[in-house]
Design a protein around this ligand. Sequence first.
Ligand code: SF4
Length: 334
Amino acid sequence: MKHANLSFFVPHAGCPHRCSFCDQRAISGSVCSVTPQQVRSQCEKALEHWRTTSRRGEIAFFGGSFTAIPREQMLSLLEAAAPFVDGETVTGIRCSTRPDCISPDILALLRSYRVTAVELGVQSLDNRVLVENSRGHTAEDVRSASALIREFGLELGHQMMPGLPGDSPQEVMQTARGIALMKPQTVRIYPTLVLRGTQLAQWYAQGRYVPLSLEETVELGSRLLEFFEGQGIRVIRLGLHASGEVEENLLAGPYHPALRELCESRRLFYRMKAALQELPQGNWEVLVPQRQLSMAIGQKRQNIERLGELGYRVQIRVQESPGAADIQIRPAAG
Ligand code: SF4
């Protein structure tokens, strides 16, 4: 059965923080919050659609710090959504929030409204990076909130932002290892972008901040995918959703509408390289599952060319036995 999310954007108007990457003006003014009536009517439509197309999914409140918005607003949205959770077609409600906006009382309240998953905006576990980007919470806040969410039996999700000012690829991997120790079920990776109206935009204009290049991001993203999935943690997002709003406000940074595919492709390159390097240079056939074929070949046959530069002339084909798990290698015919 296919999985779907019905997502609502809930901006945090009046947020007291000034995170370097966040456009406060958009949050406080022009971006409208969803109303309970809209939640109800969109849930009704989604429920009908999911039932007729054999899907199941979750209702999600994203966009800011759901547990830090005015309490009446949070409750009115939860009251609108909760009756649609039937445990079959709609399996639960998920929300995202800041690590310092979690407490036992809040979690008890969320659970009473059928919230099943809480995602925390971790961004980095390096306190120096958190301070430099005015996050207003510490790595310790992330650890305490994560432990509480797990104690309450809720699914834990973490969101991280590689490429923040003060960060480095080594520190990003250190953050990833720290995240894995907290055992979230899911991770979202949002490489840092410079958006109009943010502190980052000013630093970028002053030459004080240089975002990651797309190539650096693909390299880092492929390592993060390999690491998290090796730890049994699902990466449910890598890169921002392609949207007109991001594209209109983007000043700089590693934005690509198919970033995940680029990272998956790089990850496959390293896997093929590691397997081939056990073998002598020459002509080889690499067999991959159907769903990985185009990513294994790479954009503009990049992976084939890079393997060729290492002395491995490869043909990449689909495995004959569907369902075979990993890549297989055999001598090329002829
Ligand atoms: S990202 Fe930071 S500044 Fe923006 S709403 Fe969230 S906490 Fe506030």
